[in-house]
Ligand binder design. Structure first.
Ligand code: C2O
Ligand code: CU
Length: 471
């Protein structure tokens, strides 16, 4: 982050302070909430909360436990996550555990792995957290609306031996579209322009549901920052100031060798990153996680620094223990798949969605369907691919549109191949910018019907949703 942007961050910060009522928040509890014995309830309900800074009206969110983000779910690797989902919303819903390589029947995808749970009813989820890492849970029915209304929360799976950090901090980034007069979330989820362009962007950006999230720290403390992009469509380009450290994991999966954190890095919707950072700002200063966009730099989280935790910084961290790597031994004879993304505004929308469909483009567009995968619009009766258990697949993902997309594969993590064919880190969501082509490889090692869709949730609602079958 340049000095200029840093200044913008600070002035943005002053503005927030000036608008009043930004309370300092206490440190997150150092001890994790351990695995539960009986299945606790996860109640989704409508609840008024003070989402906007004080002085503004309350906002009716749809939240797990009535909060947005919902309460942290935290277990140790290998433990069960059992929750009775109780739906007190005015719409049917279901819960997806984003990034967990879990049993298909528990994946929570309405219309694919289960029926949506009607209002007033419940569903028992029971899955095992095979992988340690940073995950999240969210609604998977009408998610373009339900996630935007607040139905998401952090899902943290701890390593059996905790890594050597002083604090473990989850930062869920979101943007909301709120009418500042009424404080209410705009009820415009089917807006044609959002569906056919870059998705539904918000006008109010938060970290853990707060405009001015802050956490007091000490100089030379080491923080583990688990950053989650929970927004419907916004890309977050982030940078650090007064913090220095290492990239440890993408999408919940540790990388083999910790890497220096680049000056800026971008998270697409659904993506996560785990950082270990040391506080290098002096006491009395503020360390910052900032967001950079065309208009400048903005504070996403502030860490006011007090007296030193230690005189010296710690040595570089060891890598996080790896999660089970998928077996890609069959890569040479992999099944070859192709996903061509087309449609949207300024991208031959009509042709794209006309191609594979028996329906008229005009009718599809009237229903808010603007995008296609391989010429097909939305969920189809037959999957994009049928793979046999253990088979390795190699997929060419072509973004033949003028927008970015964040392709999320359920149930299995994939690797993106570098130009020279080297497999990259494990990921569950691929950010693909306009015109890009990527090769991804994965092992079809989890049986079931797995959703594969754009995590820009308006795009998913507008045709960018398919599935892969593993039998
Ligand atoms: Cu995070 Cu199919 O979703
Ligand atoms: Cu998209």
């Amino acid at each position: 982050i340049s000095e200029h942007q840093g200044k913008n961050m600070l002035s943005r910060r002053s503005f927030l302070w000036a608008s009043g009522g930004v309370a300092a928040i206490a440190a997150l509890p150092a001890t994790a909430i351990r695995a539960q014995t009986a299945a606790p309830e996860l109640v989704a309900r409508v609840n008024p909360v003070q989402l906007l800074p004080s002085g503004y009206p309350e906002t009716s969110v749809w939240g797990y436990g009535g909060q947005a983000p919902g309460a942290e779910i935290r277990v140790t690797q290998g433990a069960r996550i059992a929750r009775r989902f109780v739906n007190q919303l005015p719409q049917a819903s279901s819960v997806h555990w984003h990034g967990l390589r879990a049993e298909n029947a528990m994946d929570g995808v309405s219309g694919l792995t289960q029926d949506a749970v009607p209002p007033g009813e419940s569903f028992d989820y029971d899955l095992v957290a095979e992988d340690a890492g940073t995950f999240w849970y969210h609604s998977h029915n009408r998610s373009a609306e339900q996630v935007a209304r607040g139905l998401y929360g952090p899902l943290i799976v701890d390593e059996p031996t905790p890594p050597d950090v002083d604090r473990d901090v989850t930062l869920m980034l979101d943007d909301w579209r709120i009418d500042p007069e009424t404080g209410q979330i705009e009820d415009d989820f089917g807006a044609t322009h959002d569906l056919s362009h870059g998705g539904r962007l918000g006008n109010y950006i938060s970290t853990n549901g707060e405009a001015a999230y802050q956490l007091p720290v000490k100089r030379h403390e080491r923080l583990r920052l688990r950053i989650v992009n929970a927004a419907n469509a916004r890309l977050f380009t982030l940078g650090l100031q007064g913090l220095d450290g290492w990239l440890m994991a993408y999408d919940g999966m540790p990388i083999a060798t910790p890497e220096a954190i680049p000056e800026t890095f971008t998270l697409g919707p659904g993506q996560r990153v785990d950082l270990f950072v040391d506080v290098i700002a002096d006491a009395g200063q503020e360390a910052l996680l900032g967001r950079v966009d065309q208009r400048g730099g903005f504070v996403q989280a502030a860490f006011p620094v007090s007296g030193g935790a230690s005189v010296n910084r710690r040595p570089a961290p060891a890598p996080l223990p790896p999660n089970r790597a998928p077996d890609l031994a069959g890569l040479d004879e992999a099944a070859t798949l192709r996903l061509e993304m087309s449609g949207g505004a300024m991208g031959g929308m009509r042709d794209a969605i006309w191609k594979g469909s028996s329906r008229k483009a005009g009718d599809l567009m009237a229903e808010g369907q603007f995008w296609a995968f391989n010429g097909l619009v939305g969920m189809t009766d037959t999957p994009l691919a049928s793979l046999s258990l253990g088979q390795v697949a190699r997929m060419t993902v072509v973004n033949d549109t003028v927008f970015a997309h964040a392709m999320h594969l359920h149930g299995m993590h994939f690797r993106v191949l570098a130009e020279d064919g080297t497999p990259g880190p494990l990921r569950d969501t691929l950010l693909t910018m306009r015109g890009e082509t990527h090769e991804i490889v994965f092992a079809a090692d989890n049986p079931g019907r797995w959703a594969f869709h754009c995590h820009m949730l308006s795009h998913a609602a507008s045709g960018m949703m398919t599935w892969i079958e593993v039998t």
